[in-house]
Design a protein around this ligand. Sequence first.
Ligand SMILES: [Zn+2]
Length: 198
Amino acid sequence: MPTADAVSRLVQELNKLPGIGPKSAQRLTFHLLRAPEEQTRLLADAILSVKQKTRLCSVCLNVTDADPCHICRSEQRDHAKICIVEQPQDILALEHTRAYNGLYHVLHGAISPTEGIGAGDIRIKELMERLESSQINEAILATNTNLEGEQTALYLNKLISPLGIRVTRLARGLPFGTELEYADDVTLTHALEGRQEF
Ligand SMILES: [Zn+2]
C-alpha cells in the first residue's frame, strides 16, 4: 500500500472486523487520522477495556464486569424462568423488549454437525448443572430459527424435559410489517401452526 506503515496496519486490522471491507477500512482509518487525538485515545482505550475489564458471569455465562452479573443477582427478576440463547448479544435484544423478566443462559454457539460443533463444544454442561440444582420451572429455548438453532433446541428439549421442567420455544411467525404474499413457505407454515386465539 503506497502509504505510511501505520496507516496500512490499521487498515489491515479494521478489515479483519465483520462487515468491514477494504474500502470501509480505509475510510475509517483516514477518518481516525483526521480526528482529534483524544477521540482516538478513547476508542483505543474502549477496545482494550472490552477485553481486559469483562469476563463471563459464572452463573449464566453472559459478558459482565461483576460476577455474578446484575441479572443473576437481581431480586426483582423471576428466578423460576430461564431463557437459553446462543450469544450474549441475544440477551441485549431480548432485554430491549422489556417483555421478559426471568434469567438467562448463554450457550456461546449452536450445535452444527457440518461445522463440526457438537453438544460438548457449547455450554450445555453448565446449563444442565444449573437446572438440576435450581428452582427453575420453565426453560425458554431462544436459539436462532436456522438449522443450527433448531437442532440445538431439539437436543436441549430432550435433555431438559425429563427434569420435569416446562420447555417452551419462542414463537415463530411473521415479522411485524410483513405482507403475506411475500412471506416464505417455512415462515408462513410456522405462523399457521403457531396461530393463537384472538
Ligand atoms: Zn449472570
